[in-house]
Design a binder for this molecule. Structure first.
Ligand SMILES: Nc1ncnc2c1ncn2[C@@H]1O[C@H](COP(=O)(O)OP(=O)(O)OP(=O)(O)O)[C@@H](O)[C@H]1O
Ligand SMILES: [Mg+2]
Length: 220
């Protein structure tokens, strides 16, 4: 499945003012492609990922997941498709604090009513957290929490992973480790990845890097 967006716009109203954050963004993500989106704080990176994930609605423009026109699909259908096709890593982790690491990792399965314990252990091992499986998130370090978020995103072997600053708030070494883990797991599964970051050094080796500047996406 490919992900495409065409000429998307998103503005927000603040009092009488309308602020245009995205002003005609185009992107085509190929199968198994790993790309980075760079850009300063406030440039609209999270806004863009939310639109690509179908979690927010464009003011204008089109988003496609394969043949599915996201902008024309009901929220229920999007939720169902999202569970099977997309893996999301949110900027602030969004681990469920009342669930254990094990339960957080297979959340997608839980929501679909089919938990795969073997797969859960497999991804926990892949991120090196099998011995933390019964922990609640509050007992984890920042890097461990981000690895849980990565494990959760990869669990259902999604075709597309959208990761918003998956290494934010980590020191250089841990950031590199989490990033490399995400890319390696995605490559193993043939998933494509959009990685949002403001860490230039981290993604310097990727083939395609884009920059969000003045509401437009420009290839680096
Ligand atoms: N729901 C909203 N209502 C009003 N303004 C919003 C809303 N969501 C985002 N914005 C504004 O849009 C701009 C872009 O926000 P966004 O979170 O996309 O930036 P970002 O590039 O992800 O920044 P960061 O690197 O700090 O995470 C910000 O100025 C923000 O205040
Ligand atoms: Mg952001």
């Amino acid at each position: 499945m490919t992900l495409v967006c065409r000429e998307i716009y998103r503005s927000f109203k603040s009092g009488n003012e309308t602020i245009e954050i995205l002003k005609g963004v185009n992107l085509e993500l190929d199968k198994a492609e790993v790309i980075a989106i760079l850009g300063p704080s406030g440039s609209g990176k999270t806004t863009l990922l939310n639109l690509l994930a179908g979690l927010d609605e464009v003011t204008k423009g089109e988003v496609y997941w394969g043949d599915t026109a996201v902008h024309k699909t009901s929220n229920n259908d999007l939720a169902r498709l999202r569970l099977s096709e997309l893996g999301l890593v949110f900027q602030n982790h969004y681990l469920l604090e009342d669930l254990t690491v094990f339960e957080n990792v297979n959340l997608t399965g839980r929501l679909q009513g089919k938990i795969n314990k073997q797969r859960t252990m497999e991804v926990l091992q892949a991120v090196g957290l099998e011995n933390r499986k019964n922990y609640l998130p509050k007992k984890l370090s920042g890097g461990e929490r981000q690895r849980v978020a990565v494990a959760r995103a990869i669990y259902a072997k999604p075709k597309i992973i959208l990761a918003d600053e998956p290494t934010g708030s980590l020191d250089r070494q841990s950031a590199k480790a989490v990033y490399e883990l995400l890319v390696e797991l995605a490559r193993q599964e043939g998933s494509s990845v959009i990685m949002v970051t403001h860490d230039e050094a981290l993604v310097k080796d990727l083939d395609k890097r884009y920059r969000l500047i003045d509401g437009k996406l420009i290839m680096d």
